[in-house]
Design a protein around this ligand. Structure first.
Ligand code: NAD
Length: 248
């Protein structure tokens, strides 16, 4: 795998923690210039400090179209063209469908689905010929995991968008693929459920995993870099990084 990304410009939404942070670190350490985004200035500043001088942190909420317009303007000024766009920002929502409120549904779709759609739309004009876009789906989109109906449906929508965007961006030589992580211990669960519920959910997922473990953010980051830069004959595909959960 090419481990020198100098001269490459990358945008990662939701890059202040977890999989986005690990991907920003992998690419910036190898010379890429990376813009990361998130909603909290404090968290972004902390992340940028740890990631070093190749990384610029821009406050931008993916569910806000004015924020995405401002992000595109910022990226154009700071980087010019973009060689890889990692559409990673997302939230989980764990709730039986019978108790899911309209507010929960709207928040999940506003960030995970509408946010991803308009991130690609607004940044597409800046993508260079040969650029790679990676959308973040989840193994949840092909499984019936309890209490994930809204989240899983949103991720299935992104799986579909990877195909449609691929078709529309192909004339410009741009590839669009999806990365589908299995369980990765990033703290994302604890953000939406009490610790005991997160621990129970994690124990169930580990028991169901052929590898009997969670993946690491770094393992997903390597697959994202592959899709974004090396997979030059791959478009509209979904790469599963799940320890075999959906495959064995
Ligand atoms: P995480 O919480 O560490 O990362 C999510 C990132 O998105 C954070 O940086 C957060 O600040 C950002 N974000 C959330 N809402 C945002 C908004 N409105 N605008 C901008 N940024 C926003 O969790 P993670 O596990 O690294 O998740 C990254 C992606 O991977 C998500 O799309 C998630 O659904 C997906 N995923 C995670 C797992 C897992 O097990 N961790 C599995 C499958 C898919």
């Amino acid at each position: 795998m090419n481990e020198n990304y100098s001269g490459k410009n990358v945008v990662i939404t939701g890059g202040s923690s977890g999989i986005g942070f690990a991907t920003a670190k992998l690419l910036a350490d190898a010379g890429a210039r990376v813009v990361i985004t998130g909603r909290s200035r404090t968290t972004l500043d902390h992340a940028a400090e740890r990631l070093g001088e190749n990384v610029l942190a821009v406050r931008s909420d993916v569910s806000s179209l004015p924020d995405l317009d401002a992000l595109a303007a910022h990226v154009r000024d700071a980087l010019g063209t973009v060689h890889a766009l990692f559409v990673n920002a997302g939230i989980t929502s764990a709730m039986p469908f019978a108790s899911t409120t309209e507010e929960m549904y709207d928040e999940s779709f506003a960030i995970n689905v509408k946010g991803a759609f308009f991130t690609v739309q607004k940044l597409a004009p800046l993508l260079s010929t040969g650029a790679g876009v990676v959308l973040t789906t989840s193994v949840a989109n092909v499984m019936g995991i309890p209490e994930t109906s809204v989240y899983a449906a949103g991720k299935a929508a992104l799986r579909s968008m990877a195909r449609s965007f691929s078709r529309e961006l192909l004339p410009r030589g741009i590839r669009v693929n999806a990365i589908s992580p299995g369980p990765v211990d990033t703290g994302i669960l604890e953000k939406t459920m009490p610790k005991e519920a997160a621990d129970r959910f994690k124990a169930e997922r580990i028991a169901a995993s052929p590898m009997r473990r969670f993946g690491t953010p770094e393992e997903v980051a390597r697959a994202v870099a592959f899709l974004a830069f090396e997979a030059t004959y791959t478009t509209g595909a979904e790469l599963v990084v799940d320890g075999g959960i959906t495959q064995l």
